[in-house]
Write a protein that binds this ligand. Structure first.
Ligand SMILES: N[C@@H](CCC(=O)N[C@@H](CS)C(=O)NCC(=O)O)C(=O)O
Length: 295
């Protein structure tokens, strides 16, 4: 391993913003919050307006919405609008009003259009929607609810080490730094082992039934073991986590999960990309293979 003390970089006394930092997100990363431009958000016909992108954080919410609709909750019909974070759309004035943190997903509940309710942070959105629809996928018995919320918050605290730590330094940083990749690969594998041990004793994350904890954890750690994230399946030997694999396959059998993964998705097979969703029939008629067929 390279000796960290040989590193050429000595931090200055006061950090200043270098726009030339490089890496995949250099063009959108800023050290300041707030909008960069005026832009109102579109509003569709349904009470629930989702402003998102088909990343792991976005997919959590569309899986829950599709699950709620499959349960017969007609009030869960939603408009899903695309926020292209690579183009800085999260810094538009309308989006910042819904999420002052400028990150997808963000939800506006316009059930009472005179008093819209904004919700940001995917975990808060999952709890808000579960509660709104009669504690769907969120147990009410105290011990089961505590277990579900514990795993939900575990995801919120853990995934930044996977995405912002491991994924960033393994796949996106302009140079490969052994110390950083080592540190976050170790933590990511430890987290996979936490899940694997839990799923050895429990069918779903929080107990015998599917909950919002599964919906939060699946797009990140399920995606990792399925090889969807950072091209890192071999590097992390994800096949070792047998229970996580079993659970991820089980979730993928659900049409709701498959639909949720299609919404606001900008990559992959054109037939798997539904850029915007405004109606249940859009899955049949508005995927990219149908909207923009190859010439
Ligand atoms: N803790 C947040 C994380 C949200 C997040 O990091 N979203 C990313 C996309 S997956 C984003 O919008 N990034 C844009 C940016 O950082 O400017 C949540 O769970 O909602």
């Amino acid at each position: 391993m390279t000796d960290a003390s040989t590193s050429a970089y000595a931090p200055p006394k006061i950090w200043t913003w270098s726009k030339e930092s490089g890496g995949r997100f250099a063009s959108i990363n800023r050290p300041i919050a707030g909008p960069t431009h005026e832009k109102e958000l579109p509003v569709g016909k349904h009470p629930l307006q989702l402003y998102s992108l088909g990343t792991p954080n976005g997919v959590k919410v569309t899986i829950l919405l599709e699950e709620l609709l499959a349960l017969g909750q007609k009030g869960a019909e939603y408009d899903a609008w695309l926020i292209r974070i690579g183009q800085g759309e999260q810094f538009g004035s309308g989006f910042v009003k819904v999420n002052p943190n400028s990150k997808i997903p963000a939800l506006l509940d316009r059930s009472d259009p005179s008093k819209p309710i904004r919700v940001f942070e995917s975990g808060a959105i999952l709890v808000y929607l579960a509660e709104k629809f009669g504690n769907a996928f969120l147990p009410t018995e105290p011990a089961a609810r505590a277990e579900c919320l514990s795993w939900l918050f575990w995801q919120m605290g853990s995934a930044p080490y996977l995405g912002g730590g491991f994924g960033h330094f393994y796949a996106y940083a302009p140079s490969k730094i052994e110390y950083a990749i080592d540190r976050f690969a170790m933590e990511t594998k430890r987290q996979l082992d936490v899940l694997d041990r839990r799923l050895a004793e429990s069918e779903y994350i929080a107990g015998p039934g599917l909950t919002i904890a599964d919906m939060a954890i699946f797009p990140w750690y399920g995606g990792l073991v399925k090889g969807w994230l950072y091209n890192a399946a071999e590097f992390l030997s994800v096949h070792e986590y047998k229970h996580v694999n079993r659970w991820a396959d089980r979730l993928l059998e659900r049409p709701t999960v498959r639909r949720g993964r299609m919404v606001n998705r900008l990559s992959g097979e054109p037939s798997s990309q539904l850029h915007e969703r405004h109606d249940a029939s859009d899955f049949e008629t508005k995927t990219q293979d149908k909207i923009a067929p190859k010439a």
